[in-house]
Write a protein that binds this ligand. Structure first.
Ligand SMILES: [Ca+2]
Ligand SMILES: [Ca+2]
Length: 439
């Protein structure tokens, strides 16, 4: 549940206090380990001291050719103090040399502004309020991604909720003629529509991978506990990360299923599925360092934050064909049945945290910027309810460093990353922040 109701904000304020108390109280926990058995490398289950990262820095970490500074506490500050937004859901930057940032507002507006601290205005790039549904507090304009060749094609992709019937819509739009400062609302070409049985858990993240395929996060359909059984059903698109090829989109064939997709040739399964067993993968990302060295056919990894039911918020390193457990498991714990659940074949999270640290995880990015050397190579993520922001390094087998970076006090709906690798924190209604060294 990504909680985006005004009434929930009041509760979230209470939870901030509760989380601080719980963090202070949660130092000692048991260490457990287990191996994932699905495709790709094994995923290690973390001990709980990693779920509640220490508040003092740990030793620096060094690998064969990868030496990092230890993570250390940071602060947050407004990145664009003059800009105000309403219900921010995404921040994205096209690779077009324009140094512009684009943000989405949940109600259906895409805004654009130059990436300068003192910028005075974020103008409307596209207004989709005529087709975006806000029938449920988790519905709305939820995703935005620019085509890798945006500079040449002017194509960008949007994921939003629609009604009558209730569904999630993935569409391609174009900029308005030669004017790349405006999107063209009439240029919509629907790529994919996904029936939504309930208003919550709609996913919505869009991102192009290093393989140039478009990845799409889709929730389990909604309600609570996955009553429709979508998480484990590869015959539905719900509860999955999808991967499609939109490089040769036409009205007759809006997308293609990459033949290398794990279920492309599996009867009864949807070929679009890249990985499944997810509840609400609200936000996911690729480590941008993958893009530089990627060779066609190489495996792809995705950092996915999967929002929990009512106990465990989890981070998964998602690989092709993996089953990330929902609703058999919530995080590294049995959910259905509540004990003795069949764990064979399920991928465990890389990390998780419980209700003492927050109530709705918001996935972020691996930091690749220049301004905060202590954060290089760390996956940064946060929690909508508690406002906590953590950093974590993972060596492919285990978490090697983790830290509660800052208690931001923000209702974090998303993170964003610009082309230089800097990370932005999107508060629901309080603007855009960046991480900074503390005073
Ligand atoms: Ca839904
Ligand atoms: Ca899981």
């Amino acid at each position: 549940m990504i909680t985006i109701l005004p009434t929930k904000l009041v509760r979230a304020g209470i939870l901030v206090t509760a989380a601080l108390i719980a963090l202070a109280a949660c130092g000692d926990t048991n260490s457990t380990s287990a191996s994932g058995t699905g495709p790709g490398q094994p995923a290690a289950r973390l001990n709980q001291s990693t779920f509640f990262p220490p508040t003092t820095p740990t030793a620096s970490v060094s690998g064969a050719d990868d030496v990092h500074q230890a993570l250390r506490p940071l602060a947050v500050e407004r990145a664009f103090p003059n800009l105000e937004f309403n219900q921010l859901t995404n921040l994205a930057q096209p690779d077009d040399g324009s140094y512009r940032l684009f943000v989405t507002e949940q109600g259906g507006i895409i805004r654009v502004f130059p990436n300068r601290r003192e910028v005075a205005e974020a103008t409307v790039f596209l207004n989709l309020t005529d087709r975006v549904s806000r029938g449920h507090n988790e519905e709305g304009l939820l995703g935005l991604a620019f085509a890798p060749a945006f500079q040449d094609t002017g194509f960008f992709y949007v994921y939003y909720s629609a009604s009558n019937p209730r569904r999630s819509v993935l569409s391609r739009f174009s900029v308005s003629g030669a004017d790349s400062t405006l999107g063209d609302a009439a240029s919509e070409l629907v790529i994919l529509e996904i029936p939504e049985p309930a208003g919550n858990h709609n996913g919505g993240q869009l991102a192009f991978g290093p393989d140039a395929f478009l990845y799409i996060g889709v929730g389990d359909g909604g309600r609570g506990g996955d009553p429709f059984g979508n998480g484990q059903n590869t015959g539905t698109l719900l509860g999955s990360i999808l991967r499609i090829d939109v490089s040769s989109t036409s009205a007759n064939e809006p997308y293609r299923v990459p033949p290398s997709n794990p279920f492309a040739a599996v009867s009864g399964s949807r070929g679009e599925i890249f990985a499944y067993g997810l509840r609400n993968p609200w936000r996911f990302s690729f480590d941008m360092s993958l893009f530089e060295k990627f060779e066609p056919g190489e495996p792809v990894e995705i950092w996915v934050a999967d929002v929990g039911q009512n106990q465990w918020e989890e981070i998964d390193l998602v690989r092709s064909g993996g089953n990330y457990g929902w609703n058999i498991m919530e995080g590294g714990h049995c959910f259905s049945p509540p004990s003795g659940c069949p764990e064979a074949g399920l991928e465990f999270p890389v990390a998780e945290y419980g209700r003492g640290a927050g109530c709705s995880i918001t996935g972020g990015y691996v930091y690749r910027g220049e301004s905060l050397p202590s954060l290089t190579g760390a996956y940064v993520f946060g929690d909508f309810c508690s406002g906590s922001i953590w950093g974590m390094r993972y060596d492919g087998t285990s978490v090697t460093d983790s830290l509660l970076l800052v208690e931001s006090g923000l209702n974090i709906t998303s993170f964003g990353q610009d082309l230089t690798g800097e990370i932005y924190v999107l508060s629901r209604n309080a603007g855009i922040y960046r991480l900074t060294e503390p005073d």
